[in-house]
Write a protein that binds this ligand. Structure first.
Ligand SMILES: C[S@@+](CC[C@H](N)C(=O)[O-])C[C@H]1O[C@@H](n2cnc3c(N)ncnc32)[C@H](O)[C@@H]1O
Length: 446
């Protein structure tokens, strides 16, 4: 089997469909297993992420040309069809015959007798390729769901909450691969210094919207670069960088980060504290806490102590002890659809409702670890009001010793939306060109 890239894409797609696996983790697993070169990794990633993004649209088209219902196909067969359709309609440089033949070859690896079926459907599709844009659905929500390849519940929910035009714009943005932002490790160098070094290496690099961010275009495997290994930067989205800025920790303070892994914000907090003070970093997963430690060590940070704990259970020993507490809560992740397109297919409304419970418990506990006048930041990488505004509203109803605090002055101009003076912001990829995020800041009054 020559074509390992496409094979890796099909295997990863099947893992995601079968086990709700994370795309990046499975992809890396197969990259190593099949020993893929950089160029093949890039090709596999493009096919995988593109297919995931356009899955509903691709499936709709496949169904039109197949007598067998999609639900009746094996995942192996279906994903071989999907990647071929993606290549035919979304990748200019792939010849049709290569897309078709390679999928037929991959099907044979597991299911020889289905190869003629796959060949037939794909040849049919090629003959009537001009019909790809035809969507014969009257219902507006259902049609948008196919046209922009998002689940119906998503289109319905956010059309109601944010308006139809906004959601169309959001879905368009969700379907575009984002640029890569990195956070300069200001403990080791300045933004200008790192920019110069990367520029000299031929990387297209620009100042980002946050003080310590750089945005890279057309980058390679940046995490293998000498600068990364030396700890001069961390890969982090700009909206995520704003969280630690809103927390605004100072050198010498004690900060608790209750959901810390893999440490993006924890290490940023350490940076803002000039590696002076104390950060207690909690998480429920041991293997993820190891990442916090590895990241801290690479970045030259030594004020972080990790704790394997369930933050939804109150820890009496930390009561009234901290200047600042961060709750970067586990959430549905719907703000990250650009980077992890599978999230849209894996999350359900039931998940969102279930997450509310743990989010609220962690926030409630967090409030008890603060000293009087202490700062509490609650953030998520999702855009649902259930996991954001509703949590804060309930918290304030039950905690009259807390108030929301104006955060406008810490935000770069571009992010100053109306609500920031009321103590919170919600960021959207289509409005702010960053991951979708919610950030709120509270103060303990007494
Ligand atoms: C949004 S991620 C945190 C990202 C992290 N703050 C960063 O910037 O790199 C949420 C984290 O919460 C952890 N988590 C989930 N439930 C938890 C719980 N009950 N107690 C502590 N951590 C939990 C997850 O393992 C995950 O690492």
């Amino acid at each position: 089997m020559e074509d390992k890239s496409r094979l890796v894409a099909v295997k990863t797609l099947c893992d995601i469909d079968e086990n709700k696996a994370y795309s990046n983790i499975r992809l890396n697993h197969y990259f190593k297993k099949y020993n893929l070169e950089q160029i093949d990794r890039a090709f596999a990633s493009e096919i995988l992420y593109g297919t995931l993004r356009w899955k509903a649209r691709i499936d709709y088209f496949i169904q039109r040309f197949s007598r067998v219902k999609i639900e009746k196909m094996s995942l192996w067969v279906l994903n071989c069809l999907r990647i071929a359709v993606y290549q035919i309609f979304f990748m200019d440089k792939v010849p049709d015959f290569a897309a078709v033949n390679q999928s037929v070859e991959i099907v044979k690896l597991k299911d020889k007798k289905s190869s003629s079926f796959v060949n037939g459907v794909l040849r049919n599709i090629l003959r009537r390729r001009n019909e790809f844009d035809r969507i014969d659905i009257k219902d507006d929500i259902k049609r948008l769901s196919i046209e922009y390849s998002h689940p119906e519940w998503y289109v319905k929910k956010f059309s109601n909450e944010l308006g139809r035009d906004f959601v169309v714009d959001l879905m368009k943005k969700n379907n575009l691969p984002p640029s890569l932002s990195i956070r300069v490790n200001t403990l080791k160098c300045t933004r200008d210094e790192l920019k110069k070094v990367l520029h000299e290496k031929g990387i297209e690099v620009y100042d980002g919207k946050v003080e310590e961010s750089l945005v890279l275009k057309g980058y390679g495997p940046i995490e293998k670069s000498e600068e990364f290994i030396k700890g001069l930067f961390t890969v982090q989205d700009e909206s995520s960088m704003l969280v630690s800025r809103v927390l605004a920790p100072k050198p010498g303070e004690r900060v608790m980060d209750l959901c810390s892994a893999p440490g993006g914000k924890t290490t940023h907090i350490a940076q803002l504290m000039k590696n002076n003070g104390e950060i207690l970093a909690f998480d429920i997963h041991e293997h993820k806490l190891e990442l916090v430690e590895q990241n801290a060590s690479r970045l030259g940070i030594d004020i972080i102590r990790t704790y394997l704990k369930d933050s939804s259970i109150f820890m009496k020993e930390f009561e009234n002890s901290s200047d600042r507490v961060l709750v970067d809560a586990p959430c549905s992740g719907l703000g990250l659809i650009r980077k992890k397109p599978e999230i849209r297919w894996n999350v359900t409304m039931k998940d969102i409702i279930n997450l509310q419970k743990v989010q609220y418990e962690i926030l409630k506990n967090a409030s008890r670890y603060l000293k009087i006048n202490g700062t509490l930041v609650y953030s998520t990488c999702t855009i649902t009001h259930e996991e954001n505004e509703e949590i804060i509203k309930k918290f304030l109803n039950e905690h009259d010793n807390f108030e929301l605090v104006d955060i406008c002055f810490v935000l770069p101009e571009r992010f100053k939306v109306q609500t920031c003076k009321n103590g919170y912001i919600k960021l959207f990829p289509n409005m702010h060109d960053v991951d979708g995020f919610f950030i709120s800041k509270l103060r303990r009054k007494w």
